[in-house]
Design a protein. Structure first.
Length: 271
């Protein structure tokens, strides 16, 4: 892939994610969590989610009509260019519903199945993370200019701050809680942010030593995984496997292997 195409894809991803983030931020009713006069709050979130995905996919289709699409809200096309966009228009819907700031728009571009460009924007944190394969990971925020990202130097596992997430299905969530209960005495502490995309970027930014979650979809981690790897983190799933719905892990190099080993021993990937 040429540098020019890398740059084209990155600029399109930044524009698409930025516009969708503005739509979601500015279009959210101030009383969303409690208003239920004409429609339920969940209906409003779904409408915003769909509108954000349509904005992204329309922009991509206009600029690069031969590209494929895979979106959380149903966008799906194979394309003919070898480029496929993997889109989560609103990662962290419960946070969005309740007015919590940790939600994001995630846009990744793959070439022949390999992520090559990634953007995650978190409008309420005023932060945008981006990466191009082989070029490192960067972020803009309340600080001046772009900041190059680097994961934290690996602490001993018992000093590692680790984030995770929980499934909406009650039985799965109960199993995940049991795994976290076994893990928490062995690490510094566990956080639960509510957005896998943001958690992966926080690993990249050195705000977390590790992250793991079961039950994610490709659009949940496609962009964040590349950003974490380009910042020096190790990512994967079960031993010898890539991130997947069974298990997704990202961590500083010295934290990844012991964390993965514990999660395998605890059966984090199944009920």
């Amino acid at each position: 892939m040429s540098d020019a195409l890398y740059t084209e894809l990155l600029q399109l991803a930044l524009q698409a994610a930025g516009r969708a983030g503005e739509l979601l931020r500015d279009g959210r009713p101030a009383d969303l969590a409690v208003a239920a006069t004409k429609s339920s709050p969940i209906d409003v979130v779904i409408e915003m989610d769909l509108a954000a995905e349509k904005l992204i996919t329309d922009l991509i289709a206009d600029r690069r009509p031969a590209d494929g699409l895979l979106g959380e809200e149903g966008a799906s096309s194979e394309g003919t260019s070898g480029i496929r966009w993997v889109i989560d228009p609103l990662d962290g819907t419960v946070n969005y519903l309740y007015g919590l700031p940790t939600w994001a728009v995630s846009v990744a571009a793959e070439q022949d199945g390999e992520p090559v460009v990634a953007v995650v924007t978190a409008p309420m944190r005023d932060e945008t993370f981006h990466a191009v394969r082989g070029r490192g990971a960067w972020a803009t925020g309340v600080w001046a200019g772009e900041r190059k990202l680097a994961c934290r130097p690996a602490p001993p596992l018992d000093q590692a701050l680790v984030s995770t997430g929980f499934n909406y299905v009650a039985d799965v969530r109960a199993h995940q809680a049991a795994v976290a209960q076994r893990l928490i005495p062995l690490v510094r502490d566990i956080r639960r942010g509510g957005s896998a995309a943001v958690d992966l970027c926080d690993v990249a930014a050195g705000r977390l030593d590790g992250f793991y979650e079961r039950g994610l979809h490709p659009w949940d981690y496609a962009a964040g995984d590349l950003i974490a790897r380009e910042a020096g983190a190790v990512t994967g799933g079960r031993p010898g496997e890539r991130p997947s719905g069974e298990l997704t892990i990202a961590a500083s190099p010295g934290v990844f292997e012991p964390l993965q080993g514990l999660l395998e021993d605890f059966g984090a990937w199944h009920d």
